[in-house]
Design a protein around this ligand. Structure first.
Ligand SMILES: Nc1nc2c(c(=O)[nH]1)N[C@H]1C(S)=C(S)[C@@H](COP(=O)(O)OP(=O)(O)OC[C@H]3O[C@@H](n4cnc5c(=O)[nH]c(N)nc54)[C@H](O)[C@@H]3O)O[C@H]1N2
Ligand SMILES: Nc1nc2c(c(=O)[nH]1)N[C@H]1C(S)=C(S)[C@@H](COP(=O)(O)OP(=O)(O)OC[C@H]3O[C@@H](n4cnc5c(=O)[nH]c(N)nc54)[C@H](O)[C@@H]3O)O[C@H]1N2
Ligand SMILES: [Mo]
Length: 767
């Protein structure tokens, strides 16, 4: 990979002029200002203050932002800047009601930004699309359910897709998964198909669990934490408190990320008066390496080589041979492949020097207990499977798997994304036990595998999919190949959006299209005069009840449980064991069904609903029981050193990573301040390092076009992007999700799970 002006790679803990952070560390006053700004923008501040005071505490609302743990001993304010934003955004007193939709045609709303659409306020009435006026018009609930039921009965079950964004509680999600299978399909794509599906599929085959092996307790016992491609400061900020405590007791943190993310450099605890006033931040990462996008397999190979070298120098002292012999398979072949990888290749792919990787390995070797953390930087790559395989390899070499203070820990995104899978939202028969469906409901579930998100998109493009129901989310905006998908969406016969706020997906109606407004998690959910709780599962497999406490924006809203159950009732033929009305009336009964269907995970579900710290549903890998095909954990042989599906190594090509700012939650754009990265005011930008700007003959502030360099006969471009110098590795270019989604091909995805490769798309820069 010939580049003329390669800057010396540096361990990026020192400041760099092209990472224009404001001088505050993450957390601190900046995060309080971020919250205050949102308080000013949405009305309803006093209610919000009450909800926030009980956020993430037993008996309160479980935050609808990220999937981080809700500790048994919460802080005085157990929420972060982004949790507060998500909560306030939902408590919005503005209403996108029938009058709003009467004023604005869809053609007009399509000109609005994502931010403006969300700011229109909460959806309050069921609406049906009217093509003649290009508007959504009010409709009553009975009419809506009757027509949706009629439409669903009118197609083959397999022509329907039921999407879930990882937000709705376990109760609605379970009923949704049951509804699909009772109807005769398991086309149940979920937001995780664009996210941690790489984890669900590959960790399951490598170590026998689709989820992480750690719990919060492990962070009190680890000596080192290795971070790959997870941006804690923006995406799971409450984790920073855990990291700060770990650093303070001597735990050593090492980060690999192409971007110098503020939260992983240093942190000021906004709840700590002394730290806030004295202002000396805690340094989080002892070492921070700006790996090239897709370079992690190479880094991990290098780290493994260092472990092997250390073992050679002190035989029997470094590698956990007993663990390997007793618990694993594939070690010899893996080690042979790692030995065969040359340092020259490792340096080329990773962009790091041999010395840097050795320095990081020394930290790994100094630790008795090590935790591996990762996020989208590892999963959203064509060879994401090998990113995870190599990470497990490194940990398992020293027995850092399935014991206290050690393990692999993906940080999940949506607050209940993991839980939805646990209760059956997924396209495979394995997601919902068939015998239970037979015994409990007399249903013979489908055996044919259903569609995940990418397969559903292919089905929409080629006409196989006729109906799309969305339980939350904004699929049109979140998907790859957005322009193609947006154009194809209206070709469907039926689209139904169960949503809290307007977004782009609502603006692509099928022939028959409904918006069904639902209660949010902060809202009081009254059924039969009783307040109902819902429940969620966090990234550590702990389950919590959540009880809404705010007055709903209108009394016309239904809960997600009620909407799903009434749709099901209107669609399915009579079955006395499907007691939809009883389930709407009392969610305890739905939890009893969840317990009956998944007894190992949910024993005493109702009794344990509000336990402080949630209840743990367990993970066999934590006890070194490997539920893989062979009953052993697998070492995974590196067959390549790059996670990229296509190298961007020709003159004008770069590897694109798409980023989230701390002023957005996925496709919900709260504002235009990416404070932690020092970027303000504009999201239509591309970040490139100065050397590369010169090499490509560009200048700062210039508007450019990016063109996707994957050659599959489709032309993909995004124009009007402002060149912004930023400290990134050479060959890397960064910009925002979802603005740049039209550049990512639907077919360019992780090999085993079809997770789109949003972090490694080759693009050409056109001046
Ligand atoms: N405030 C806020 N919180 C959120 C979300 C949000 O949008 N806003 N979204 C939620 C959801 S659904 C999810 S899934 C999570 C996502 O949270 P994360 O997993 O943190 O995902 P990203 O922010 O997309 O990317 C993570 C990091 O990967 C780095 N990266 C990119 N390419 C590579 C690579 O090749 N190698 C390495 N090592 N690093 C790389 C990027 O620089 C970035 O810092 O956050 C959840 N929480
Ligand atoms: N380029 C690029 N694309 C990406 C990613 C990336 O890193 N880069 N990340 C991917 C990832 S990790 C994910 S998870 C997906 C996210 O994809 P989605 O989960 O589909 O998208 P969200 O933006 O989270 O959905 C937001 C919408 O959910 C609705 N909503 C909010 N709260 C509720 C509620 O309580 N109930 C209901 N029913 N609806 C509600 C609102 O209408 C809101 O507009 O995007 C993926 N797309
Ligand atoms: Mo996600």
């Amino acid at each position: 990979m010939a580049r003329t002006d390669e800057p010396t790679p540096h361990s990026a803990t020192e400041q760099d002029p092209d990472t224009p952070f404001e001088h505050h560390a993450s957390g601190g006053w900046g995060s309080l200002r971020g919250v205050a700004r949102i308080f000013g923008e949405v009305k309803g501040g006093s209610v919000a203050a009450k909800v926030l005071a009980r956020l993430n505490k037993p008996g309160g609302v479980m935050c609808s932002s990220c999937a981080w743990a809700k500790p048994a001993h919460p802080a005085a304010f157990e929420f972060c800047e982004n949790g507060a934003k998500a909560t306030l955004w939902e408590l919005d007193e503005n209403h996108a009601d029938a009058a709003f939709f009467d004023q604005h045609s869809l053609a007009e709303l399509k000109e609005w930004s994502d931010h403006e659409l969300g700011k229109a306020g909460r959806l309050t009435e069921p609406l049906r699309y009217d093509a003649a006026s290009d508007r959504y018009l009010p409709v009553d609930w009975d009419t809506a359910f009757a027509e949706i039921g009629r439409e669903l009965r009118g197609i083959e079950p397999k022509q329907a897709v039921f999407y879930a964004s990882g937000h709705a509680g376990l109760e609605a999600s379970y009923l949704y998964a049951l509804f699909a299978r009772a109807m005769g399909h398991q086309n149940l794509p979920q937001s995780s198909n664009m996210c941690h599906e790489t984890t669900s599929v590959n960790l399951k085959s490598f170590i026998g669990t689709p989820v992480g092996t750690c719990t919060l307790e492990d962070f009190d016992h680890c000596d080192t934490i290795f971070f790959f491609g997870q941006n804690t400061g923006s995406n799971s900020p409450r984790f920073l408190h855990v990291l700060k405590a770990a650093v303070e007791r001597g735990c050593r943190i090492v980060t690999f990320n192409p971007v110098r993310e503020r939260g992983l450099l240093e942190f000021v605890d906004p709840q700590n008066i002394a730290q806030m006033t004295i202002g000396r931040p805690t340094q989080i990462s002892e070492k921070y390496y700006q790996v090239r996008p897709g370079g992690d397999i190479a880094v991990l190979a290098g780290l493994m080589k260092c472990v092997l070298a250390a073992e050679e120098a002190a035989p029997g002292k470094v590698i956990d041979h007993e663990f390997i012999a007793q618990h694993t398979e594939g070690y010899e072949a893996t080690i042979a492949a790692v030995k065969a990888a040359s340092w020259a290749e490792i340096e080329t792919h990773s962009g790091l020097t041999h010395a840097m990787i050795e320095e990081a390995a020394d930290i790994y070797l100094s630790a008795k207990n090590a935790i591996g953390i990762y996020g989208m930087g590892l999963t959203q790559h064509v060879n994401g499977w090998l990113n995870l395989g190599m990470f497990c390899n490194l940990l398992m070499m020293r027995g850092n798997m399935g014991r206290l203070g050690a393990g692999i820990s993906p940080v999940r995104g949506h607050s209940n994304v993991q839980g939805q899978r646990t209760v059956g939202v997924g396209e495979k028969s394995a997601h919902m036990p068939a015998d239970k469906l037979r015994n409990l409901f007399g249903i013979d579930p489908p055996t044919e595998e259903g569609m995940n998100a990418v397969h559903a998109c292919e089905g929409i493009l080629d006409g196989r999919v006729k109906a799309m129901i969305s339980l939350g989310g904004n699929l049109v905006r979140a998907l790859p190949d957005r322009e193609r998908m947006e154009a194809a969406w209206p070709s469907m016969r039926l689209t139904v959006h169960i949503a809290t706020k307007p977004n782009r997906s609502l603006l692509c109606p099928g022939e028959v299209s409904y918006i069904l407004p639902c209660l949010g998690r902060t809202d009081i959910d009254l059924q039969n005069g009783q307040r109902q709780a819902v429940s969620i599962e966090d990234t550590f497999s702990h389950i919590y009840g959540s009880i809404g406490s705010a007055e709903p924006p209108a009394d016309t809203l239904l809960s997600e449980v009620a909407i799903v159950a009434r749709m099901a009732k209107a669609t399915l033929s009579e079955n006395p064991r499907l007691r939809w009305d009883d389930w709407i009336a009392n969610y305890d009964q739905v939890r009893d069904l969840i317990e009956a269907t998944f007894p190992k995970d949910f024993a005493d579900f109702n009794a344990r609903l509000t336990l402080p710290g949630g209840f743990y549903r367990g993970n066999p890998a934590r006890d070194r029981v490997w539920e893989t095909d062979s009953g052993k954990a697998q070492f995974i042989e590196p067959t390549t050193l790059s996670a990229l599906g296509q190298q961007a190594d020709q003159a004008g090509q770069m590897t694109l990573i798409t980023l989230r700012s701390n002023d957005q939650f996925n496709t919900t754009i709260y504002g235009y301040s990416d404070r932690l990265r020092g970027l303000e005011g504009d999201r239509n930008i591309v970040l490139i390092n100065r050397g590369e700007i010169d090499r490509l003959g560009l200048r700062e502030g210039q508007k450019i076009t990016l063109r996707c360099a994957v050659d599959d006969g489709q032309e993909r471009r995004v124009s009007g992007l402002t060149v912004t110098p930023y400290d990134l590795p050479p060959g890397a270019i960064a910009g925002y999700y979802p603005e740049l989604n039209p550049l990512v091909p639907l077919s360019y995805h992780e090999k085993n799970s079809q997770t789109p490769a949003y972090k490694g798309t080759p693009v050409e820069v056109i001046a």
